[in-house]
Design a protein around this ligand. Structure first.
Ligand code: OAD
Length: 232
C-alpha cells in the first residue's frame, strides 16, 4: 500500500533567481535602487507613462530569455520524486517551470505573459517586447501580466490553503518585505517545520520551528533537498 506523500510548500523570492543572473529588488545594486517603484510598478505609473513601464518590463523579459534555471530551481524539481511539492513564488520569471517543477503558483504575475487592459481574463503567452499599439482581441492595449503595487493579489486565495496543509515549508531568497505574500508563512500549522535559505536575511521572522540556513540558494537548497530525499 502506498502512503500519501508529504506536502512540501516552497515560498520563493528574487534571491532564488539571483544566481541565474536576475537582479533582486532590495539588495545593494537591486532593481529598486535603479528605478523608483512609483515610476514603473504602479497603476499610476502606467496611466502617466505607459511607454516607460513597457520599457522596464521589456528589458526584464529580454534578460529572462537569456537566463537559465540554477541548481536551486533544479533541486526543487527533483524533490517531486518523493514529495508533493507546491511552489508559491513571488517571482515573475519562469525558471521554476523551466527547471521542471509542475506545480507553480505565481503571486505577482508572469513576465512571459501579456494581459488585456479591458478584460483581465484575456492573458496571452508573450516572449517578445510589448509595444504601444499591441492590442488584445477586444482592441485594447496590452500590459504586462504583473501585479503592481497598489493592486490586489488574487492568487492569495489559492495560496493560503497550500500553507494551511503544509507538512514542511521552505522559504528561499525573499526579504519577506512585501505583503500580503510575506504573511503566508504565518498560515502553516504550528507543527510544520519551516526552513529558510537566504545568505543575508536580516531579522528572522518570529515563527515556531524555524531553521535558518545562511547560504545562497544554489548551495543551500540542493543540500536540503538531498537530505530530504535520503530520509525517504
Ligand atoms: P527582495 O529583493 O526584497 O529580497 C531578496 C532576498 O534574496 C534577500 O533577502 C536577499 O538576502 C536574498 N538573496 C540574495 N541573493 C541570494 C541567493 N543567491 N540565494 C538566496 N537568497 C539570496 O526580493 P523579494 O523578497 O522576492 O514584487 O521581493 C518581493 C517582491 O518585491 C517582488 O516579488 C517584487 C518586489 O517589489 C513586485 O514587483 C510586485
Amino acid at each position: 500500500m502506498s502512503r500519501k506523500k508529504e506536502n512540501i510548500v516552497v515560498l520563493s523570492g528574487a534571491g532564488i533567481s539571483a544566481e541565474s543572473g536576475i537582479a533582486t529588488f532590495r539588495d545593494s545594486g537591486g532593481l529598486w535602487e535603479k528605478y523608483a517603484i512609483e515610476d514603473v510598478a504602479t497603476p499610476e505609473a502606467w496611466q502617466r507613462n505607459p511607454e516607460r513601464v513597457l520599457q522596464f518590463y521589456n528589458e526584464r523579459r529580454r534578460q529572462l530569455r537569456e537566463a537559465k534555471p540554477n541548481a536551486a530551481h533544479k533541486a526543487l524539481a527533483g524533490l517531486e520524486e518523493k514529495f508533493d511539492v507546491q511552489i508559491v513564488t513571488q517571482n515573475v520569471d519562469d525558471l521554476h517551470e523551466r527547471a521542471g517543477s509542475h506545480r507553480v503558483l505565481h503571486l505577482h504575475g508572469e513576465l512571459m505573459k501579456a494581459r488585456s487592459t479591458v478584460d483581465p481574463q484575456l492573458i496571452y503567452d508573450w516572449n517578445g517586447d510589448i509595444r504601444p499599439g499591441d492590442c488584445c482581441e477586444k482592441g485594447s492595449q496590452l500590459r504586462p501580466h504583473i501585479v503592481w503595487f497598489g493592486e490586489s493579489v488574487p492568487a492569495m486565495e489559492d495560496a493560503i490553503p497550500y500553507f494551511r496543509t503544509a507538512d514542511r515549508l521552505l522559504v528561499v531568497g525573499t526579504s519577506l518585505a512585501v505583503t500580503p505574500a510575506a504573511s503566508l508563512i504565518h498560515f502553516v500549522p504550528d507543527s510544520c517545520p519551516v526552513f529558510l535559505v537566504d545568505p543575508d536575511i536580516g531579522l528572522l521572522p518570529p515563527i515556531p520551528n524555524l531553521r535558518y540556513i545562511a547560504m545562497k540558494a544554489g548551495e543551500g537548497v540542493p543540500l536540503l533537498v538531498k537530505q530530504w530525499l535520503e530520509e525517504k
